[in-house]
Design a protein around this ligand. Structure first.
Ligand SMILES: CC(C)(COP(=O)(O)OP(=O)(O)OC[C@H]1O[C@@H](n2cnc3c(N)ncnc32)[C@H](O)[C@@H]1OP(=O)(O)O)[C@@H](O)C(=O)NCCC(=O)NCCS
Length: 83
């Protein structure tokens, strides 16, 4: 299955105004247009805003958890959406 992952960053001045949610929506639509079948988002488990922005765009937690760096105190969780 052709898939991709997305990442995003919003300048702190603009947090909480819906920009991340809008960007994820646009990226998801573009991925569908490109013919991709699945899209992934990876978020720090403490990053409520990022997880919420993915979930409101139809991403669901698939149970996978990543600890990318041994020194990192938290764990990243994987969310995905079938297109
Ligand atoms: C995480 C980040 C992308 C969110 O961007 P944003 O534009 O503020 O997000 P949105 O305004 O679209 O809000 C998304 C959801 O999170 C909620 N939210 C926003 N700020 C929040 C906060 N500080 N705590 C909890 N929830 C929050 C919003 O209410 C919204 O939820 P809703 O759909 O239920 O209303 C932004 O804070 C950021 O760039 N952080 C630094 C980089 C980063 O963490 N990138 C993501 C890596 S996975």
């Amino acid at each position: 299955m052709e898939s991709a992952s997305i990442g995003y960053f919003v300048g702190v001045t603009y947090w909480g105004k819906g920009f991340a949610s809008a960007m994820i929506h646009l990226a998801t639509e573009e991925a569908r247009t490109m013919g991709l079948r699945k899209i992934f988002g990876i978020a720090d488990s403490r990053n409520t805003a990022s997880i919420r922005a993915l979930e409101r765009n139809g991403f669901v937690r698939n149970g996978e958890r990543l600890t990318m760096l041994k020194m990192k105190a938290s764990t990243d969780i994987v969310l995905s959406r079938v297109l």
